[in-house]
Design a binder for this molecule. Structure first.
Ligand SMILES: [Zn+2]
Length: 277
């Protein structure tokens, strides 16, 4: 489906980079499953007011069975299905970390304080987004700095091809080319010999390039490989790349807060490594 305005049945009026889900947007409405949406604002223990949305059986008959509707909704809103991500999230863990209930979390700002909240119908989770992102970033850097993770996800070398030796030979060929041109300029090499020499160098360089291309599998952690300071590398990466690295390395779950009061509790963030160390 080409990009376009949201489907005629939807009143959100937004423009979508891809309308693959936009056309199905009416299907996402709980009303389809015979559910009414109730929204209320609650205040708890001096916390900032937050909106809680709950679903209740409605007075109209469902068009779709609730389990089927939930399955369709999960499928259509699964970020891994998106081939054109449209606007890239502005937060590291948004749409990657999960609430303890299993739903993905996203960021909602109240009074300019961005927090991760559960995407499920029960708004039972609220956690400072900057703190969670900082914690996840530190975890990645610490994880990649470990000695036993030096070769983590490193693509295996193609047997029989010594990429290091080939690269050195390519550098030497470049030097030889410059030397032949200097000799030609000084009158020590005639035109025919120069042309023959350069042709031979060009032929060998093309062979080296082809062998290197065939032997090199892209390294998913290329920027971090053999770098002494993972934190420095991480800080310099664009957010989209950080998110890709995080997806590759860890599953993050935001647990119910066990500590009351102000301050971020690192214990409330569970990070499980995905790649074998
Ligand atoms: Zn949840």
């Amino acid at each position: 489906m080409p990009p376009g305005r949201c489907s005629p049945g939807c009143r959100c009026g937004r423009w979508h980079a891809t309308s693959a889900t936009a056309g199905c947007r009416p299907l996402l409405k709980p009303a389809v499953a015979g559910l009414a949406v109730h929204t209320k604002t609650i205040r708890e223990n001096g916390d900032e007011p937050r909106t809680v949305t709950t679903l209740h059986p409605a007075s109209w008959p469902p068009i779709l069975d609730r389990a089927l509707w939930q399955a369709v909704t999960d499928k259509l809103t699964d970020p891994s299905r998106t081939t054109n991500p449209g606007v890239e999230p502005r937060w590291l863990c948004s749409g990657i970390a999960r609430c303890h209930c299993g739903e993905l979390v996203y960021v909602r700002s109240v009074n300019k304080r961005p927090s991760y909240v559960c995407r499920g119908p029960q708004a039972h989770l609220r956690r400072s987004a900057p703190h969670v992102d900082a914690y996840a970033g530190l975890w990645v850097c610490e994880y990649l700095s470990r000695d036993d993770n030096r070769d983590l996800l490193r693509p295996p070398a193609r047997p029989g091809v010594d990429a290091g030796a080939l690269r050195i030979e390519a550098i030497q060929l470049g030097e030889r080319k410059r030397a032949q041109m200097r000799m030609h300029a000084a009158g020590d090499l005639d035109d025919a010999d120069l042309a023959e020499g350069l042709k031979e160098i060009k032929r060998r360089l093309a062979g080296i390039t082809a062998m290197l291309a065939a032997s090199t599998t892209p390294d998913p952690l290329a920027e971090f490989r053999d770098q002494p300071d993972a934190e420095q590398v991480w800080d310099a990466l664009p957010l989209a790349r950080k998110r890709a690295v995080l997806r590759l390395l860890a599953a993050i779950t935001l647990l119910p807060a066990t500590r009351r009061g102000k301050g971020f509790d690192p214990e409330s963030v569970r990070v499980v490594p995905l790649a074998a160390g």
